[in-house]
Write a protein of this length. Structure first.
Ligand code: ZN
Length: 254
């Protein structure tokens, strides 16, 4: 059994740790793969990849290039996770579609959902809906049919949202047929920013072959479906959730 967490925030957005600290923390906790996916920022995600490569450890952490795109969507902001097979694709996607469109005040970009999905695909991005039913979730604002055929995965459990929002996501999963489920990967993620929030959710994966960078990516792209992704955990307690968001926003704006 391997544990992975593909939704982690660093100092580059509103997290408290840098790539090295994140690498060490998740390595120590027994994870096999991670991704720093900051809000419209990529510097620490790129550094994490370089750091993991240069370490070249036998049991090193697989580190995927990723970003969480934050954009205005209907009556609120929405988020979408995008992973890339190589850092060059992430960098190109960022330079062309994120960097120039960033708002000065808050780090959202002025793009629409469909435009983001299209440009992510142009750069071979692997698209995942994070916390689909939270306030920043896509399925809170869009009909499932509008987006479901465009994506590769869905985050079913997120440690940083309310219980009821996770419940709606797990109902989405339960209502899918076996055939529908094969089309997607399913994640449990901590959405780690601060405190001990890395403890509350993760993805367990079962794989017959040893897990590698390429096998993980092939499974996320659904070119291979030999890995089973099992979202685990749940929301952190409300009081802690409040403190967690407070710590993250102080870090960002303070
Ligand atoms: Zn996040």
């Amino acid at each position: 059994m391997n544990k992975i967490d593909l939704h982690i925030h660093s100092k580059a957005s509103d997290g408290i740790k840098n790539h090295r600290e994140i690498y060490d923390l998740f390595k120590e906790k027994g994870y096999s793969a991670i991704s720093i996916a900051d809000h419209n920022e990529i510097s620490e995600s790129l550094k994490l990849g370089e750091w993991a490569n240069n370490k070249n450890e036998d049991n090193g952490l697989i580190s995927l290039p990723g970003i969480e795109v934050l954009f205005p969507d209907k009556w609120h902001l929405s988020e979408i996770l995008v992973y890339f097979r190589n850092p060059q694709n992430l960098e190109e996607f960022y330079k062309k579609n994120i960097e120039k469109k960033k708002s000065k005040l808050i780090s959202y970009i002025n793009s629409r959902l469909q435009e983001i999905v299209n440009t992510a695909k142009e750069h071979k991005g692997i698209i995942c809906l994070p916390h689909p039913y939270s306030v920043k979730g896509i399925l809170r604002k869009h009909k499932k049919e509008e987006i479901i055929h465009e994506i590769n995965g869905i985050e079913i459990v997120n440690g940083c949202i309310r219980k009821t929002e996770n419940k709606e996501a797990s109902e989405l999963y339960s209502n899918m047929t076996e055939n529908e489920r094969k089309k997607y990967f399913f994640l449990g993620s901590s959405d780690y920013h601060a405190l001990d929030s890395f403890n509350y959710a993760h993805t367990e994966i079962f794989s017959e072959k040893p897990l590698s960078y390429d096998s993980l990516l092939d499974n996320l792209e659904r070119k291979d479906t030999s890995i089973q992704f099992i979202p685990k955990g749940g929301s952190m307690p409300l009081k802690k959730l409040f403190l967690h968001h407070l710590t993250a926003s102080i870090n960002k704006f303070g």
